[in-house]
Design a protein. Structure first.
Length: 105
C-alpha cells in the first residue's frame, strides 16, 4: 500500500519522544501487512516508531483487504517475549495471529 501525504501527516502528528528525529523521511513510502498471511480482515503496518519506551508505541496504519477503511492509529507494542527471552514481538498490542518472534524461534 502506498503511504499518502495524509497518512504521513497523521503519523507525524502523534506525540513523539523522538520528535527531534521524526520527519517526513522517517515514514516509509509504501507498506505491506505485517501480520501472518491472511486473506480477509484488517491489515496493519508500522508507519513510525514513537519512542524508545514500550509505552511510547508507534503509529500504525490499518486497512481492509479491499483497500478501504484506512486509519492511522497510535498503538502500544505487544509485550510478548519468546520462551527463550531472546526475542520480543514488534507488532502492536492485541494483534491477530502469532507474534513476530514465532517466525524466527
Amino acid at each position: 500500500m502506498d503511504v499518502s501525504d495524509g497518512m504521513r501527516e497523521a503519523a507525524l502528528a502523534f506525540p513523539n519522544s523522538r520528535s527531534n528525529e521524526a520527519d517526513e523521511s522517517t515514514v516509509p513510502d509504501s507498506v505491506a501487512c505485517e501480520l501472518y498471511k491472511h486473506p480477509h480482515g484488517e491489515h496493519v503496518a508500522l508507519l513510525l516508531d514513537l519512542g524508545p519506551n514500550d509505552e511510547d508505541g508507534a503509529a500504525w496504519v490499518t486497512w481492509c483487504t479491499d483497500g478501504s477503511d484506512v486509519k492511522v492509529r497510535r498503538k502500544p507494542y505487544c509485550a510478548s517475549k519468546s520462551p527463550s527471552g531472546k526475542d520480543v514481538c514488534w507488532l502492536h498490542t492485541q494483534h491477530r495471529g502469532g507474534c513476530s518472534w514465532e517466525r524466527y524461534e
